[in-house]
Design a protein around this ligand. Structure first.
Ligand SMILES: Cc1cc2nc3c(=O)[nH]c(=O)nc-3n(C[C@H](O)[C@H](O)[C@H](O)COP(=O)(O)OP(=O)(O)OC[C@H]3O[C@@H](n4cnc5c(N)ncnc54)[C@H](O)[C@@H]3O)c2cc1C
Length: 471
């Protein structure tokens, strides 16, 4: 299956009247922002960023020790970053999938998988305990083949995972058509270790729980500078400064406050569409009663899922890097990517011809060369950070936050002893090599999709050096 590279006029028309507000944030449940910081204050633990990472850090810190004073500073509003604009696929994997984890941390893959399953179970129990309404669906995920060679890849993954007691299920063409009716999917790999969530509602629920526990949250308060003075961390904001004993950075793909992060993380823009709600007959035409999270197995892949009100979110394919870690709201609107996504949607679901899209948006993914989170410290261990989730942070941010607290509190745990936690990704080179390398990788990955998955010399060399590009 080769996806069209030029959108038809119908596809352009289908995205002509969209709102560019991310669908999840276009919700009356969105809370009013907390006031910004206007006076100098001090705290024990300062958290910068109120997406999933920052909120999970605050929640776990407070639940562990209710007397701990915790402040969050958020540049915009909670969930305004990737946490409020993602697909809502919540994967147990901490390693961007079993295969990436297996190829990089084979010795630890059992432990990593078990920790990931535990993390997902603890997210589920937290959602229940706190009564967060976020359309949590434990419906699993199915990877879909659009080409015969992908079926062999699925069979290989199943065999590789077996010795670790990790169960994946192979689905043939008939079985796939009972999951989703589409002419382009010919088989699949079912994983039960994944859930779906309305991500903004989850973030807002965590935010509310933090506020109830006494976390002080200041929104519209960007930290402009972070440094260490007299054994304390000082964060400067436009109107006031904050003095903290310790700080946790949860700023993801945003321009980093610590220089060293820029070598490890590149912001990569990913785009998504949301359809109008399907009519009952449209819904019958495609089946999909299980509400599984779906994605195809191409390098340039699409991910898609349904919502509580019966829409389809359809995202992915383009993953765009801009020169010198380019970042900003202007990059979230990319009509060419939206039209291409609409074209590919019509190839996957010809039965839904004429359906319109209501929302189209983009967001930055914090891509690193190993596609999995990494941790680091600064200011003599008083500041810690985690990032690099590479499009797989809806679930693993909770684990990322847990490890940040372990590190800040000098707590040795089964988590902090992992090579996965102690090691860092390979750095990206500076510009212009950074852009050249990333764009060559993107081109090579697209070529491999057109060539039965066969990797060219560039991709083989990248694999050899543990380097990669993904979203
Ligand atoms: C389009 C898209 C689709 C995705 N789909 C999925 C998916 O289906 N499944 C999955 O697992 N992952 C997905 N991801 C990735 C996932 O959303 C992220 O890994 C996760 O949300 C990261 O959470 P975070 O809290 O670390 O970052 P963010 O949610 O980006 O939060 C960072 C916060 O820090 C704040 N901030 C930044 N700098 C400062 C500063 N100087 N001062 C104060 N505040 C600051 C920002 O305003 C922001 O609110 C997707 C991402 C995108 C963009």
């Amino acid at each position: 299956m080769i996806y069209s590279s030029t959108p038809s006029s119908k596809a352009k028309q289908a995205v002509a009247d969209v709102s560019h507000i991310p669908f999840w944030l276009d919700d009356p449940a969105k809370p009013n922002p907390e006031p910004p910081l206007t006076q100098n204050i001090s705290t024990d633990l300062l958290i910068i960023g109120a997406g999933f990472t920052g909120l999970w850090t605050a929640l776990q810190a407070k639940e562990e020790n209710p007397n701990r004073d915790v402040v969050i500073l958020e540049a915009g509003e909670s969930a305004i970053g990737a946490s409020g604009r993602n697909g809502g696929f919540m994967d147990a994997s901490l390693t961007h999938g079993f295969l990436n984890g297996y190829s990089r941390w084979r010795e630890e893959i059992s432990k990593l998988y078990a920790l990931g399953v535990q993390n997902l179970a603890e997210i589920e129990s937290t959602i229940q305990r706190l009564g967060i309404e976020c359309d949590y669906q434990n419906s699993g995920e199915v990877d879909l083949a659009t080409e015969l060679y992908m079926l062999d890849d699925f069979k290989e993954i199943i065999e590789l995972a077996k010795p670790y007691n990790i169960q994946f299920q192979y689905l043939d063409r008939d079985q796939i058509q009972s999951v989703i009716r589409s002419p382009i999917y010919i088989g699949g790999l079912r994983r039960q270790d994944s859930s779906l969530v309305n991500p903004a509602q989850l973030a807002w629920g965590l935010r509310k729980a933090c506020l109830i526990l006494g976390v002080r949250l200041y929104e519209h308060t960007p930290v402009t500078n972070l440094n260490e003075e007299n054994n304390k961390i000082i964060a400067h904001t436009p109107h006031a400064k904050i003095t903290a004993n310790k700080a946790a950075l949860a700023t993801n793909a945003f321009p980093p406050l610590l220089k060293e992060i820029k070598q490890y993380v590149v912001p990569v823009y990913d785009y998504a569409l949301m359809t109008e709600p399907l009519t009952p007959s449209q819904r019958d035409s495609i089946g999909w009663r299980g509400r599984e999270g779906l994605s195809d197995a191409n390098n340039q892949f699409h991910y898609f899922r349904t919502t509580a009100d019966g829409r389809i979110l359809w995202g992915g394919f383009d993953a765009v890097y801009h020169w010198n870690n380019g970042f900003g709201t202007r990059l979230e609107n990319r009509p060419a990517s939206f039209a291409l996504l609409a074209e590919h949607f019509s190839q996957a679901f010809p039965a839904l011809e004429g359906i319109r899209f209501t929302h189209a948006w983009g967001g930055a993914i914090d891509t690193c060369a190993r596609f999995s989170p990494f941790w680091g410290t600064a200011h003599n261990g008083k500041t810690v950070y985690v990032m690099g989730y590479t499009g797989n942070g809806v679930g693993s941010t909770r684990f990322g936050a847990r490890v940040m607290l372990d590190i800040l509190d000098n707590k040795k745990s089964k988590r902090t002893e992992l090579e996965f936690v102690k090691s860092k990704p390979r750095p990206f080179p500076p510009e212009p090599l950074r852009s050249i390398g990333i764009n060559l990788s993107r081109w090579s990955l697209a070529q491999a999709d057109k060539n039965q998955g066969k990797e060219n010399l560039w991709l083989k060399a990248m694999d050899l050096f543990g380097l990669g590009f993904d979203s």
